[in-house]
Design a binder for this molecule. Structure first.
Ligand code: HSE
Length: 437
């Protein structure tokens, strides 16, 4: 049986999971790939901490170059994260003609095009199933299983931290900061949570999926990103009254000349299956022309679910090596020469429905003033709701719009904010329409 040597760079939670799964599933992996997957070396700056894994013959070293420069290693698994040192190591590994497996969405979203070019130049593979949605086989689905489909749209919950926080606010009526603190104490949220709660982690994943779905270069820069810091129990309660749930969604839709790609809190109806994806779970719904709707659901993070995705890449590359082939499936799902520059729709051009909440002065004529400004900006209101008068003389007014252009809405909101009819910033949450809307 052919031996394939693997080196891991980064022995954190996922690195330990990959090492554990390689050892635990040795026989199954041999039976399924026809290869002996030998974990030759692991590199990490911390080689003292006991990860509780019996490494046997595997060497544990401090210097990543002992993996990257080792002529016997076939596959380098990059599990450091971030896009500084991880980028240097990944480029060096590709230049050394190693196949690279990575779980690093920040690296791919920021530098994926360069990595793909480097892999092509050196005729090696670059695989990243674990970068989006943890164990959900979304990369393979887009690259291979849906090959005969045009992807019309994707909507996804891709950040477990945000989904956990939104679920808890919704269930307990607690404020964002309180839930975040609890989530950090329980180890669900990072000590530095901004990458997750401000939506950037989701945007990294969307940049990758967008490219695979539509055959375009990875474009993170033009994705509109909003996080969940401003979501309050009041909005969740209003949403519930209207039959909506609020989720942080990654949305991608193809149009004739451009693609919509945006990340923001979104109201969806209870009939949308994504509204039932709770706690730290992830899910992606894909609407493709031949298949119709399909959906994946699973753990978006965690030691073993992520390790499972990394192993699927290792097994793919091992099978290629056994078959004496490589680069069988293009890295971004299309041969590089077929990847087109598809522009992302500027957010101001978006048409959708809106939930607008104002903290209005409780005076005669205030509602007429707000509606008047909305009307002057071509925004048609579907319904208006007002919750009881508050002791401070303010009253929350919620309006649900028909389809309107983002530019009109933003213009109207700044005009309304400049009047003395409202206090504070209006709250805007976009509504993802059901097909019948
Ligand atoms: N931080 C991510 C999340 C997991 O909360 O889902 C890794 O992508």
């Amino acid at each position: 049986m052919e031996t394939i040597n693997i080196g891991i760079v980064g022995y954190g939670v996922v690195g330990a999971g990959v090492a554990k799964l390689l050892k635990l599933k040795k026989q199954l992996l041999e039976a399924r790939t026809g290869a002996l997957l030998n974990l030759k070396t692991i590199a990490d700056i911390d080689i003292e901490t006991d990860r509780g894994i019996e490494l046997g013959e595997t060497a544990l070293v401090r210097d990543a170059m002992q993996v990257i420069d080792d002529p016997d290693i076939d596959i380098v698994v990059e599990l450091i994260g971030g896009d500084t040192i991880a980028k240097d190591f990944t480029l060096k590994a590709l230049e050394n003609k190693k196949h690279v497996v990575t779980a690093n969405k920040a690296l791919l979203a920021g530098h994926g095009n360069e990595l793909v070019r480097t892999a092509r130049l050196n005729q090696v593979d670059l695989a990243f199933e674990a970068s989006c949605g943890g164990c959900m086989p979304i990369i393979k689905s887009l690259r291979e299983s849906l090959v005969a489909n045009d992807i019309n749209s994707m909507s996804a919950i891709l950040n477990g931290t945000c989904n956990y926080i939104l679920t808890k606010i919704s269930q307990d009526g607690s404020e964002f900061e309180e839930v975040l603190k609890k989530a950090q104490e329980l180890g669900f949220a990072e000590a530095e949570p901004s990458l997750d709660v401000d939506g950037h982690d989701t945007a990294h994943k969307l940049a990758i999926l967008n490219s695979l779905a539509h055959g375009m270069e990875i474009n993170l820069e033009n994705i509109h990103v909003e996080g969940i810091r401003n979501i309050t129990p009041v909005d969740i309660e209003f949403a519930r009254d209207f039959g909506y749930t609020i989720k942080l969604l990654a949305i991608s839709k193809i149009h004739d000349e451009h693609v919509e790609a945006r990340v923001h809190p979104t109201m969806i109806t209870k009939s949308n299956p994504l509204s039932h994806v709770d706690h730290s779970m992830n899910a992606i719904a894909i609407d493709a022309d031949a298949t119709g709707k399909t959906m994946l659901y699973g753990h978006g993070a965690g030691m073993m679910p992520t390790a499972s995705a990394v192993l699927s890449d290792i097994a793919d590359i091992a099978r290629n090596i056994i078959a004496k082939t490589k680069r069988r499936v293009p890295i971004l799902g299309y041969p590089e020469e077929n990847i087109r520059p598809i522009p992302i729709l500027p957010m101001a051009e978006l048409f959708t429905r809106y939930y607008l909440r104002f903290e209005a002065q409780d005076h005669p004529g205030v509602l007429a003033k707000i509606s008047g400004i909305l009307g002057e900006n071509q925004i048609s209101i579907k319904s208006v709701h007002q919750k009881g008068r508050q002791s401070n003389g303010k009253v929350p007014v919620v309006m649900i719009s028909h389809r309107a252009k983002e530019l009109w809405v933003q213009t109207a909101l700044s005009q309304i904010a400049a009047t003395d009819s409202v206090v504070g910033e209006p709250v805007v949450i976009r509504i993802e329409e059901d097909e019948q809307d």
